[in-house]
Ligand binder design. Structure first.
Ligand code: AMP
Length: 311
């Protein structure tokens, strides 16, 4: 476990997932928004995890978190079963149906932050109920930058609580269908304008294999996704993106438009690795060298010369 001061606090779900794609299936593997976001952010900075697991949570999962270098002082263990989720992907490997969600210990979760986490300058509220996200915000002393994710479920059933949390963060990230649903607007620049009016300085819309878009008063930034020949398991891609993004940003110790753009490249690259295997499998062996090499190739793919005149 990392002994350095926690730079980034991440709260989110810790789940045991059963995932079916058109090509393969895995039963009871480690997942959850916090697992993906912590595993990826820990590649860049000292991250503290806030989450809850049940008595059935395997010691090897905890050992894996420690191997990633995640600080686990904020991980609660309760009697009962760990949160479970199962989903099946459609042929396009993007759309999916949720087959089951069992909240289990997540139903009674109260995220209490260890003292060492309360002074953390960066906070990522990964996908979890907005009431729990609020509880974490209330305990952080003076954060420099707070980002949050959400999902359609909370937009549908806890809209008011969600909008209240959005009003207190610096950056809101969500996928394009969620941005449309929450804003009631179809076109993304207009949807982002509505979301910015709710309070955050930045809105970062994830578009799966089509990349991501950043909206702020300073304008729009568009980033493609790193092109892959094959996706094995898209689960957690958004959480891996956000974790890589927040980890890289926290490592820069300052936030501005250029640093956010640069951190988005890290987020995209890390997410592209995450989907190459089921669950956290690819992230287990991922190195900074591999990230840097792919980030360099990615930047080369995006290099556009000014219009060239005839010689
Ligand atoms: P993503 O593919 O980014 O939507 O994230 C998938 C992860 O979200 C899975 O590992 C699930 O365990 C987790 N998850 C699914 N439903 C929920 C929920 N209602 N609240 C929190 N996490 C969830």
């Amino acid at each position: 476990m990392s002994e350095n001061a926690v730079q980034l606090v991440v709260v989110g779900s810790i789940g045991i997932d059963t995932i079916e794609t058109p090509f393969d299936r895995r039963e009871s593997i480690l997942g959850g928004s916090a697992s993906y976001a912590c595993a990826t952010s820990a590649l860049f900075t000292d991250v503290g995890m806030v989450g809850v697991v049940g008595a059935d949570f395997l010691a090897e999962y905890e050992a894996l978190y420690a191997q990633f270098g995640i600080n686990l002082t904020g991980l609660q263990k309760k009697d009962g079963e760990t949160f479970r989720w199962s989903g099946v992907y459609k042929d396009n490997m993007d759309d999916r149906d949720t087959l089951s969600t069992e909240l289990n210990v997540l139903a009674e979760f109260s995220p209490t932050l260890p003292a060492a986490y309360r002074k953390a300058p960066y906070v990522f509220l990964a996908n979890i109920g907005p009431d729990l996200q609020q509880h974490v915000i209330d305990q952080i002393e003076k954060p420099e930058f707070v980002a949050m994710d959400t999902m359609d479920l909370w937009i549908n059933i806890q809209r008011d609580a969600l909008i209240k949390v959005i009003g207190q963060v610096d950056l809101l990230t969500l996928n394009e269908s969620e941005a449309r649903r929450l804003s009631g607007e179809h076109f993304l620049p207009r949807a982002a304008e509505c979301l910015l009016e709710m309070g955050p300085r930045y809105v970062l819309i994830k578009k799966g294999e089509h990349g991501s878009m950043l909206f702020s008063k300073e304008g729009i930034f568009v980033l493609p996704a790193f092109p892959l020949n094959r996706v094995v398991d898209p689960t957690g891609a958004g959480d891996a993106f956000a974790g890589g993004f927040m980890g890289a940003l926290a490592a820069m110790r300052e936030v501005d438009q250029d640093r956010i753009r640069s951190a988005m490249v890290n987020g995209s690259v890390v997410a592209s690795f995450a989907v190459e295997a089921f669950g956290l499998d690819r992230l287990k062996t991922l190195t900074r060298d591999e990230i840097d090499t792919r980030a360099h190739a990615f930047r080369e793919m995006m290099r556009v010369p000014e219009a060239l005149t005839p010689a």
